[in-house]
Ligand binder design. Structure first.
Ligand SMILES: [Zn+2]
Length: 344
């Protein structure tokens, strides 16, 4: 697919593809105008070991692929922390590009005494420190949309979705508040300046880019990805959103959250025509000044968005240069025409 304006390479820094879908998914990415992808994890919990996960991706695929390592943080304690540390070192040696941490941390992950583990639990410091030592950025998803923490009534803008997926709602008694989780993330990033953190989904707080901008300014080791949040940012003031992308152009990675696994088929991208539309809408949002565009994930809201028409040099950074800079393993993985594309 041709991009509306942009000419250079594109790295999609947020995908979920399992071995069974590796050919169809990477062919779809290639057709959509993506050259390389960061395949984070197959969305299975507990996650597979990096050894098992990477064994699913031997042989060439239509786009260059690097892999994330999702550590199993279950039952965290002194012994479990050692096990996780060893898994991070092994994954780095085997060519992982990034450490992927899921949103169950802080929400539904419990320690060996069945107490909820907070994002800033000191027992996890070894995880963040080790990632920094071996040069793996931590791509972390904390909390979820703000509405998933709000009362489940007519004023909740994601009510229909939450009714269909009751387990997505975190507003019940005993659950942490949204901002408490963001605060925990903020403290972890501040405590580990030698580790690079990438906040998934517009820094996990797409509803408030001012707060995200403040976090980026506070922490030089913090970046964000754009995955699955064009609906959220697209309804904020178009000029302010554009300014945000230009001001933080070195700290934002393009990611789609394109998912092709046994565990999740994004409804937006089930058929090839849908895949095409899913990416085309993202390119139009970033590259054109068109008004009233449909955003890529209609289930997240019926409103329309206005393209932010980013300058070419900003697009180049967001689409490719930033990801290549912070994840050298992504570029070291063999290209599409040969060898092991598993990021080894
Ligand atoms: Zn994702």
């Amino acid at each position: 697919m041709d991009h509306p304006r942009y000419q250079g390479p594109v790295i999609d820094a947020h995908c979920h593809i399992d071995g069974a879908h590796r050919h169809v998914a990477t062919a779809a990415l290639a057709a959509a105008g993506v050259d390389s992808c960061l395949n984070l994890w197959n969305l299975e919990w507990p996650p597979p070991s990096f050894e098992r996960w990477s064994s699913e991706f031997e042989g060439p695929t239509p786009v260059r692929m690097a892999l994330g390592h999702a550590p199993d943080l279950s039952g965290i304690g002194a012994v479990a922390a050692e096990r996780v540390e060893a898994s991070i070192r092994a994954a780095a040696r085997a060519g992982a590009a990034v450490l992927k941490v899921w949103k169950n941390l802080g929400l539904t992950l419990y320690d060996e005494r069945n107490i909820r583990v907070t994002v800033d639990d000191p027992r996890l410091d070894v995880v963040w420190r080790t990632a920094g030592e071996v040069g793996l950025p931590v791509l972390i998803h904390v909390a979820d949309p703000v509405a998933f923490f709000a009362p489940l009534d007519d004023r909740n803008e994601r009510l229909a979705e939450l009714r269909a997926h009751p387990d997505w709602w975190f507003g019940g008694p005993g659950m942490p508040a949204f901002l408490e989780l963001i605060g925990q993330l903020d403290r972890v990033i501040g405590r580990h300046p030698d580790t690079i953190f990438i906040g998934a989904h517009m820094g996990c707080y797409a509803e408030d880019l001012r707060a995200v901008g403040e976090m980026l300014e506070r922490h030089a080791n913090y970046l964000i990805d754009t995955s699955a949040r064009i609906a959220e940012i697209g309804r904020q003031d178009r000029v302010e959103v554009r300014d945000f992308f230009i001001r933080h152009a070195d700290r934002i990675l393009f990611g789609s959250d394109f998912s092709r696994t046994r565990n999740l088929m994004q409804p937006e991208t089930r058929a090839p025509a849908d895949e095409h539309r899913y990416f085309a809408r993202q390119w139009r949002y970033f590259e054109t000044a068109e008004r009233g565009l449909e955003h890529p994930i209609p289930v997240q809201g019926a409103w329309r968005v206005d393209g932010i028409d980013l300058p070419d040099e900003v697009l180049a950074k967001i689409y490719a240069h930033n990801a290549a800079r912070v994840m050298p393993a992504l570029c070291a993985s063999p290209g599409p025409d040969g060898g092991n594309s598993g990021g080894a």
